[in-house]
Design a binder for this molecule. Structure first.
Ligand SMILES: Nc1ncnc2c1ncn2[C@@H]1O[C@H](COP(=O)(O)OP(=O)(O)OP(=O)(O)O)[C@@H](O)[C@H]1O
Ligand SMILES: [Mg+2]
Length: 235
């Protein structure tokens, strides 16, 4: 018997025969504007499952502890069950999105050093940005664990920037989610895919990510497939 444990805008998580393991099913749902736009894009779930599996497998092998166990079908993968931390960790190398808007920068302005931001995962509040001091004051997480999240975010940035450079892709920014495993350790969870990263072809600066859907500039799937194919070659 397998039962649905939780579902979000893009994934469904099911029980398995092992209490510590969940099966993540990647759907074709694609959202933008705080979930206001929600469309089914054919094959997106399968492509993102494959991309996320390759990236998490690579991170596991390169010194980053993650929830990823193995890919089990086109659309599904096994993950270690964790208690999710209600924070999104965003790492930025160039200005885009909320950051560009907030500070009135140019698109892709180079940042002097990678920026790490925390957002409080609360749909009713529309995921507001939180400082480390806010997060400690609100008793969301200890100062020590926040430092660990920041360090893990920067480590993932280093490993993935090098990987994407090899693929002739610029890693502009990305969002991570972490959880606490049965041993009380912080591990990387959720997904890493073109839904959660800004990825540009280095030659053309063309977006190979969800910005194509957000900005409604065309079909986003060719970019997603391009990322998958370049990853398959690079890893
Ligand atoms: N290893 C894991 N163990 C338990 N829950 C997980 C794990 N990895 C991801 N999740 C959770 O699975 C849920 C479904 O993911 P999905 O990406 O669809 O959510 P979402 O729409 O982004 O919504 P949310 O705001 O809850 O993150 C999320 O709540 C996510 O935090
Ligand atoms: Mg999500």
């Amino acid at each position: 018997m397998t039962t649905l444990v939780t579902s979000g805008k893009t994934k469904e998580l099911y029980t398995t025969e092992n209490d510590d393991v969940l099966r993540a099913h990647y759907t074709d749902h694609t959202t933008a504007g705080d979930g206001l736009r929600n469309e089914l894009i054919d094959n997106k779930g399968a492509v993102n499952n494959q991309i996320s599996s390759l990236i998490f497998g690579y991170l596991n092998q390169n010194g980053v502890a993650t929830h990823f166990i193995e890919q089990v079908s086109e659309t599904d993968q096994l993950n270690k069950k964790v208690e999710m931390i209600p924070l999104e960790v965003v790492v930025r190398n160039f200005a885009a999105g909320h950051f560009q808007k907030r500070f009135g920068t140019d698109y892709l302005q180079t940042l002097k050093q990678p920026v790490v931001e925390f957002f409080y995962k609360d749909n009713d509040l529309h995921d507001p940005i939180v400082t480390k001091s806010d997060a400690v004051g609100l008793d969301l997480l200890s100062a020590e664990k926040l430092e660990q999240l920041e360090a893990a975010g920067l480590k993932v940035n280093q490993v993935l920037t090098d990987l994407f450079n090899k693929m002739n892709v610029t890693l502009v920014d990305f969002k991570l989610e972490f959880g606490i495993n049965a041993d009380g350790e912080i591990i990387l969870a959720d997904e890493i895919s073109p839904d959660s990263c800004r990825l540009l072809d280095k030659d053309t600066n063309e977006s190979l990510d969800k910005d194509v859907f957000r900005k409604q500039t065309g079909d986003m799937m060719p970019g997603y497939l391009e990322i998958l194919h370049r990853l398959q070659k690079a890893i």
